[in-house]
Design a protein around this ligand. Structure first.
Ligand code: GLA
Length: 458
């Protein structure tokens, strides 16, 4: 029987990984890399499938992530290679025919080049030097060697880690900010405003270039997370509060259990869930076609269960005589499914507000706080399973096993249909939880989750 220690997927030693990557860069491209950049994956305490509805999310950056060693080119070409045995097929020039993972990288360069064109959707009242400083020079291209310690397709945001690490590499190698702040200096030169702008560029890359209808949670925490902090991210305006998690983590640990069933966001199911929730929103008068977000269906401050119940009742009244509703995209959707998506989204928004309050207040007893947070996590899982319907049997079994072995809470995180379960557990019970999960599937792997620093130069 495997134990937790044997089944751990390590984050590795950044210095060692960087040294190895640089040596491999030299043998791959026949020249030295000019730097190495890292961006973390993420876990999310709550706030799944609501970032694109303007809800609040509570993510944290992992110590696992993506490393990119790179050197600039002046012919506008991107050439890349990943060291992931499942993806690797040698050095690949970017282009429409290249494998799909490369589009995340090309998309980031495309979005950064677009910063100066006013196509970012960013406020015009922002500081214009931000944009100038982060726009790559004409003809910029790069050779890139990529290594990820976050499992690809594991629901821990490997795509955003790839995008954000490449964004930093491009800034470091080809922009005024990078030239003025060589090597490690870039990490401290990047202000939160720079990071927010880079996150917007990475979001554009994923949504507009790759075509995944995601909502920006992953890129924001990868670029703007912090050590020992859980981000409280308000997706209405992408403002963040960095909440101190050290009290909670004094006796407790977060553990991610990778189901080993990869999930993909570009396939239709993720988009379908979002579309159903948007159809429900439109029925209630909050149509995305008119610039509204589902978050507006609840009061701005202190939303309560009562408000959710009122909205569900309104939905029921409006659908009393029909089984289908029309979404803002003009498509017809099954009304009962839309109601479940609506319920998940609104209740998930409430859970996030509750967690924000709990983590912002003075702690009133560690075990009590862990128990409350754990309960909210588990309620989030039940909602992912029954209302959002994005869970999978493997995740449901892992959640049950973890709770049975004494975890404070457990839930599926990320987009669902695969990926990882996040467990909150007292450190004394970690081995029991792992043993219970391994009994279900001896092939599972575990990642230690401790809120870690955001994307940086390594
Ligand atoms: C993926 C997306 C995010 C978010 C989550 C679900 O990770 O990239 O934007 O929608 O799924 O919460």
């Amino acid at each position: 029987m495997r134990t937790l220690d044997a089944a751990r997927h390590p984050a590795g030693d950044p210095e060692q990984i960087t040294a190895d990557l640089r040596a491999q860069f030299l043998s791959t491209f026949g020249r030295d890399a000019e730097g190495t950049w890292f961006a973390p994956g993420r876990a999310n305490l709550n706030g799944e499938h609501i970032d694109f509805h303007g809800g609040r999310c509570l993510p944290m950056a992992l110590s696992h992530g993506t490393y990119v060693a790179a050197a600039p080119r002046t012919d506008g070409v991107l050439q890349m290679r990943t060291l992931d045995p499942e993806l690797d097929s040698g050095v690949i020039p970017s282009g429409p025919e290249a494998p799909s993972w490369t589009h995340y990288v090309s998309g980031v360069l495309w979005a950064l080049q677009g910063l100066g064109t006013g196509a970012t959707g960013l406020d015009d009242d922002g500081d214009p030097s931000l944009i100038t400083n982060l726009t790559p020079e004409d003809g910029f291209g790069a050779d890139l060697l990529i290594l990820s310690t976050v499992p690809v397709g594991g629901g821990l945001s490997s795509s955003a880690a790839l995008e954000c690490a490449c964004a930093l590499a491009f800034v470091g190698l080809g922009t005024p900010l990078g030239h003025e702040n060589p090597e490690e200096e870039l990490t401290s030169a990047l202000t939160d405003d720079h990071r927010a702008l880079l996150a917007q560029a990475c979001i554009r890359a994923e949504v507009e270039f790759v075509g995944a209808g995601t909502g920006g949670l992953d890129q924001t925490v990868s670029l703007r997370g912090a050590e020992n902090r859980i981000l409280s991210l308000d997706c209405r305006d992408f403002s963040v509060n960095r909440l101190n998690a050290s009290c909670l983590l004094r006796g407790y640990r977060f553990l991610a259990v990778d189901t080993r069933q990869a999930h993909w966001l570009v396939d239709g199911q993720f988009a379908a869930r979002r579309a159903e929730a948007e159809a429900a929103g439109a029925l209630l008068g909050f149509s995305v076609a008119e610039g509204h977000q589902l978050r507006e269906a609840l009061p701005e401050r202190r939303p309560k269960k009562l408000h959710v119940t009122e909205r569900l009742t309104e939905f029921d009244e409006k659908t009393a005589d029909r089984t289908q509703i029309t979404g803002p995209d003009g498509q017809d959707y099954d009304a009962a499914s839309c109601r479940r998506r609506l319920k998940h989204a609104l209740m998930e928004m409430l859970r996030s507000e509750k967690l924000h309050t709990l983590l912002s207040e003075e702690a009133f007893g560690l075990d009590h706080m862990a128990a409350e947070i754990g309960e909210i996590m588990t309620a989030g899982h039940v909602s992912m399973r029954d209302e959002a319907e994005v869970s999978l049997p493997a995740a449901d079994r892992i959640v049950d096993a973890a709770l049975g072995a004494g975890a404070a809470g457990a839930r599926l995180i990320g987009g669902g249909f695969g990926g990882s379960v996040l467990v909150l557990v007292h450190e004394d019970k970690m081995h029991d939880v792992a043993a219970a999960a391994l009994k279900i599937d001896a092939g599972l792997r575990f990642l230690d989750v401790a809120p870690s620093a955001a994307a940086r130069v390594v």
